[in-house]
Design a protein around this ligand. Structure first.
Ligand SMILES: [Fe+2]
Length: 381
């Protein structure tokens, strides 16, 4: 059996209202100057957290200039801001982009490596300061993963860093935070989380330790995502999707994703389609391509989704794909690239760009050639 190593946050807290626990725990760290990274629409939601930390005697600086797909330039701006404030701790409160940026800022502040070096060769210096992540969407699982992504504007490609030094000291998953997330974002981020679980379970490097989390994540998200989309106040559904997202995040460091993510990155890079949506667009077509290999695994995915049993694994797996198409439709996610003003002439170029995401393509259960990638994009058009 392959050896895997899981890097969990030292303190992983899950439950309704657990942001209060973050405030209590932060006080015990002895830190005195906190940089709170968030997105502008969340300012109202983080205000009480900032006020309570200030009341406990720490200085709090808020940085809210975070785009949905942060670029290297966005990162540099945030790092300069942090550098001017002599901070000793960072907390990210927001969606995956906010958390990724917070993780990178905490790791890179007081670090002699520059970002280009880190994107090319990896992050090899230990983080010097405390880091906490509080997700407000259920999707990326970034709060427990050693990964962070930035868009490189020079080639319009999203680039990832994986390092144990990106795993936060504290992760606080409060499902009630997601109650205010609008339905379209609930759908896209929830599908992203479901795809993490499916790509981990069907991965060429799948591992029993992660299989358990991934299958349960598929079951939880498959049974509750539509309910969370349909009624944002359905707390049970919000909890299930948040838990499924956390389970998907747990496997990102040791197993990671595969062709769905690899093919989706150029859509984010070139057409600025949000991560969850770009994945959702390609998801059913990549599964159709993959399921002729590792059919048994895709049949298990289908069963976890609640699909009907077929006469053999292939038919069961196919029933699972049908369910995924139905789920996307019920979430009003257009599963066609043509619905997003992407010209047909761009498809071959997108396929070429996707072939450069080797770090994820190597995980796919079926080898993807350039011709295969083109065929998948055309099927998704
Ligand atoms: Fe993702």
């Amino acid at each position: 059996m392959r050896t895997i190593s899981l890097n969990f946050p030292k303190n992983l807290v899950f439950g309704n209202g657990c942001s209060e626990r973050f405030i209590v725990d932060y006080k015990t760290t002895g830190c005195k100057t906190l940089l709170l990274i968030t997105a502008e629409p969340l300012l109202k939601c983080i205000y009480p957290v900032a006020q309570k930390i200030k009341a406990d005697g720490a200085d709090v600086f808020v940085y809210e200039d975070v785009n949905s797909e942060p670029t290297i330039e966005d990162f540099q701006k945030a790092l300069q801001f942090a550098g001017r404030k002599s901070i000793d701790s960072v907390a990210g409160i927001g969606g995956g982009s906010v958390l990724d940026l917070a993780k990178l800022i905490a790791a890179m502040l007081y670090n002699a490596q520059n970002i280009q070096e880190v994107l090319e060769c990896g992050l090899d210096k230990q983080r010097q300061i405390y880091l906490a992540c509080l997700p407000t969407t259920s999707g990326t699982g970034s709060e427990v993963s050693p990964n962070a992504l930035l868009l490189d504007e020079s080639d319009n490609l999203k680039k990832g860093v994986t390092s144990p030094y990106l795993v936060p000291d504290g992760a606080y998953v409060n499902p009630l935070f997601t109650k205010t997330v609008p339905p379209s974002v609930t759908a896209a981020t929830g599908l992203d989380a479901l795809i993490h679980c499916i790509e981990e379970y069907t991965n060429l490097y799948a591992h029993p330790v992660i299989d358990m989390f991934a299958l349960e994540g598929i079951r939880l998200i498959g049974s509750s995502l539509w309910r969370a989309y349909n009624d944002g106040n359905d707390e049970k559904a919000r909890q299930n999707v948040a838990l499924g997202s956390l389970y998907g995040g747990i496997g990102l460091g040791s197993v990671n994703t595969a062709a769905v993510h690899a093919l989706s990155y150029p859509l984010g890079g070139e057409y600025h389609i949000a991560h969850g949506l770009s994945n959702a667009l390609l998801f059913p077509y990549v599964i159709q391509f993959n399921m002729v290999e590792s059919t048994e695994r895709y049949a298990s995915v289908a069963r976890a989704l609640g699909a009907e049993e077929g006469k053999d694994d292939y038919e069961t797996a196919k029933n699972g794909v049908d369910m995924i198409f139905q789920l996307c439709e019920s979430l009003n996610v257009k599963v066609k690239l043509s619905a997003l003003n992407i010209p047909k002439t761009a498809l071959n170029r997108l396929a070429e760009a996707a072939m450069r995401v080797e770090r994820l393509l190597k995980n796919n259960p079926r080898q993807v050639t350039l011709e295969d990638a083109k065929r998948i994009y055309h099927a998704a058009y």
